[in-house]
Design a protein around this ligand. Structure first.
Ligand SMILES: NC(=O)c1ccc[n+]([C@@H]2O[C@H](COP(=O)([O-])OP(=O)(O)OC[C@H]3O[C@@H](n4cnc5c(N)ncnc54)[C@H](O)[C@@H]3O)[C@@H](O)[C@H]2O)c1
Length: 499
């Protein structure tokens, strides 16, 4: 029942979206008056619309000095001044352009795995942070009968505990970014300088459970991101959108994967074009669509954005989430939301054989959650320029599933665990042996100092798993969602566990 409620909520959101579209369609038409940009080098650049708007705000600002300006007016004038003084377009991406090292950062999806760790990391470093989340990730667990390995507190308790420990406020907006009125209100109240958008349905298997989950995933992710773009355009045109994409958008082509763009020569002509995308699930394809929508919005409206194509994240502890049990992060090990390395560590801890899908040659980029939070900090403090659409590949090392199984087996052995592996029928449609070489130098050039996967990290992950092993539900470990068997009929949580 809970499941159908959530999904019908998505559909009513879609009806509202159609209404929103009618309204925003008018404002798109208005903006079409402004000249469209050139495609220059590796970025889409256009600041004309925003430039006109800023100059108008500055003129108002001059008038405002003759009367007592409101706080909002003063903030607008300060931002417009910064934007008008912006360096010429085409300068190297990654340079601090507005000179601010403390930002007002809205974290959409801030109750989730990456979002919670990032919210604390940024708050600890003096940024003003607001979390926007509709808590739907917790609802997915309720729908499917899952629970995180670690006992996470409610988002309200988390935020209160952070205040007690650090005396820092994190504002909380509980609601759905697919509801534009809610999002608009949050934007107007918080006035973000940067929005980090983690707030999507992020599991490939979840999107492949059945038709309704595929529809929910694409609706939630694509419409949510569209709404964020429109909120920036309408209420915070200087705001930097930092959007979480995934390395899975690229698929596994038989050539090197570039960071976002590739130079192609075709029939004697040359161009720099977005790197081809080959998403491997309805979830990955929602991210591909997001990327295209954001690139277009940067070009057409002159907003600024960074698309972070993130690899698979592992680990549970960051400096901040380790401060108190009430701040602990979630750790998913089940077949729907668990990611490879986290799953293997939990499997090793409870004596379940490591579940290698197919031949295990599937190679992907991985990163420690401590690097996720640092990458976000780097992207925010060195923002994209107005009109720029930047793409960074956010991972630090590549491993095949077989490599990971070997590393976890070895780490388990050192801890006195006997770790076995099994090859299970691959529930996904993917190459099991393939070429993989993805570039990932831009964040390193900006100052990322990676935490590489080593024995001590694996020990600490396995030890966290041992600490909470009584919470492990063995029935949730094997994969229960098949890419080929996805059907139109809704599947309940119970049916999922049994299959
Ligand atoms: N975890 C990974 O390994 C990984 C890898 C690559 C990319 N990513 C991307 O990073 C982002 C965060 O991933 P995560 O692992 O933290 O996921 P998560 O599911 O733990 O967190 C996502 C959060 O967003 C919220 N949310 C979802 N839809 C929302 C909506 N419509 N309105 C408001 N809030 C909403 C959820 O309630 C949840 O708290 C996702 O976009 C994901 O695709 C994650």
């Amino acid at each position: 029942m809970a499941q159908s409620t959530a999904i019908s909520a998505g559909i009513s959101g879609s009806a509202r979206f159609l209404l929103d579209c009618k309204a925003t369609g008018q404002s798109c038409a208005t903006n079409a008056r402004y000249a469209l940009p050139n495609l220059e080098s590796k970025s889409f650049l256009c600041g004309q619309n925003a430039g006109l708007r800023n100059k108008a705000i500055l003129r108002q600002g001059a008038n405002a000095r003759t009367h007592k300006a409101t706080l909002k007016e003063r903030r607008q004038v300060a931002r417009a001044t910064a934007a008008v003084k912006e360096p010429a377009v085409g300068e190297k991406a990654g340079v601090v352009e507005n000179g601010k090292d403390k930002e007002r950062v809205m974290i959409i999806g801030g109750d989730g795995y990456c979002g919670w760790a990032t919210a604390l990391h940024l708050s600890a470093r003096g940024h003003e942070v607001a979390i926007v989340d509709n808590l739907v990730r917790r609802t997915f667990d309720d729908q499917l009968g899952l629970q995180t390995l670690t006992p996470i507190s409610s988002v309200h308790t988390r935020v209160k505990k952070w205040k007690q420990i650090k005396n820092k406020d994190i504002k909380l907006f509980v609601g759905d970014v697919c509801e534009f009125d809610f999002l608009a209100d949050a934007f107007q109240q918080f006035e973000p300088d940067a929005v980090v958008h983690f707030g999507e349905q992020r599991s490939a298997p979840y999107s492949m459970i059945d038709r309704s989950r595929a529809v929910f995933t694409q609706h939630n992710n694509v419409i949510g991101t569209l709404n964020v773009m429109f909120a920036i355009k309408e209420f915070a045109p200087q705001c930097h959108l930092v959007k979480l994409g995934t390395m899975g958008e690229y698929g596994t082509p038989n050539i090197d994967i570039e960071e976002g763009f590739i130079e192609i020569t075709h029939n004697g002509r040359k161009d720099v074009l977005p790197f081809p995308k080959q998403g491997g699930s309805f979830y990955h394809l929602s991210k591909v669509h997001d990327s295209h929508n954001i690139a277009f919005a940067c070009k057409a409206w002159g907003i600024r954005a960074t698309d972070l194509n993130q690899g698979v994240v592992y680990g549970v502890k960051t400096e901040e989430t380790s401060l108190d049990e009430a701040l602990i992060n979630r750790l998913d090990y089940d077949g729907v939301f668990g990611t490879a390395l986290n799953r293997f560590c939990v499997q090793a801890a409870v004596g379940h054989p490591l579940t290698i899908y197919g031949k295990g040659g599937q190679t992907r980029g991985y990163l420690d959650i401590r690097d996720t939070v640092r990458c976000l900090e780097l992207a925010i403090t060195r923002p994209a320029k107005l009109g720029e659409f930047r793409v960074f590949n956010q991972f630090t090392e590549q491993f095949s599933v077989r490599d990971l199984a070997k590393l976890v087996t070895e780490a388990g052995r050192k801890l006195g665990l006997e770790v076995k592996s099994i090859n299970v029928e691959n529930p996904r449609v993917e190459a099991e042996e393939h070429y993989y070489n993805a570039k990932h130098s831009k964040l390193i050039d900006m100052g990322l100092e990676p935490h590489y996967l080593n024995d001590s990290l694996l020990d600490s992950l396995v030890n966290v798993a041992i600490q909470y092993k009584d919470r492990v539900d063995y029935e949730q470990i094997m994969p229960g969602v098949s890419w080929k068997k996805i059907g139109a009929k809704p599947r309940t949580g119970v049916a999922l566990a049994k299959s």
